[in-house]
Design a protein around this ligand. Structure first.
Ligand SMILES: [Zn+2]
Length: 187
């Protein structure tokens, strides 16, 4: 079964726009047709959902996929970050592993914390070291002087403008960083 179609069905159930039986029936029809029509269209055909509900489910699905994509990219970046920390002798492999485990425990509680923040918290890394490693990853922490949020910006170059994701004001290079509390990545 196409995982996207299955995801659509699950979201339709979560949003309570269709019943379990209706979703299963439409998934079956979808499969019988050899994937030639999408489950959303079939559900409309069958009169189980409206066009508005289709839009709602699709929007939720897009958001969900985007979140998963961002999170897996962040994880890859964090793995590289961890390796660079060890290669630069800023911390040992074991200390990085401990921090990764701590990160996992927090994620399980719904808190997404960058690896760098955890290492700083544990007193294993200084902010200068974090910035040094980020630079090797072509990243730089910029701050929004309007809403005070920090962003980990990829591809930073002097003079290039990056906007705050929250308030859309231009981000600035911080004069001194007092702590690392970066938001999601900014593009
Ligand atoms: Zn802002």
């Amino acid at each position: 079964m196409d995982p996207n179609e299955y995801l659509f069905g699950r979201i339709a159930l979560t949003l309570k726009v269709a019943s379990r039986e209706e979703v299963l029936e439409c998934l079956q029809i979808q499969e019988d047709r050899g994937g030639s029509s999408q489950i959303g269209q079939i559900m409309i055909e069958m009169g189980y959902i409206t066009e508005d509900q289709l839009g709602e489910v699709l929007a939720t699905q897009r958001n969900f996929v985007r979140k998963v994509d961002t999170r897996s990219r962040e994880k890859v970046e964090d793995t590289i970050f961890g390796k660079l920390i060890v290669n630069n002798n800023y911390a040992t492999h074991e200390q990085v592993e401990d921090a990764v485990a701590e990160q996992g425990r927090r994620e399980a509680m719904g808190m997404i914390v960058p690896l760098g923040s955890i290492l700083v918290e544990k007193g294993l890394l200084t902010l200068v070291q974090v910035e040094d490693i980020l630079k090797k990853q072509w990243k730089k922490i910029l701050v929004c002087n309007t809403c005070q949020k920090q962003f980990n910006v990829f591809g930073y170059e002097e003079g290039k403008r990056f906007l705050c994701r929250t308030c859309k004001n231009p981000l600035d290079v911080p004069t001194t960083l007092k702590s690392v509390k970066v938001e999601k990545e900014s593009d």
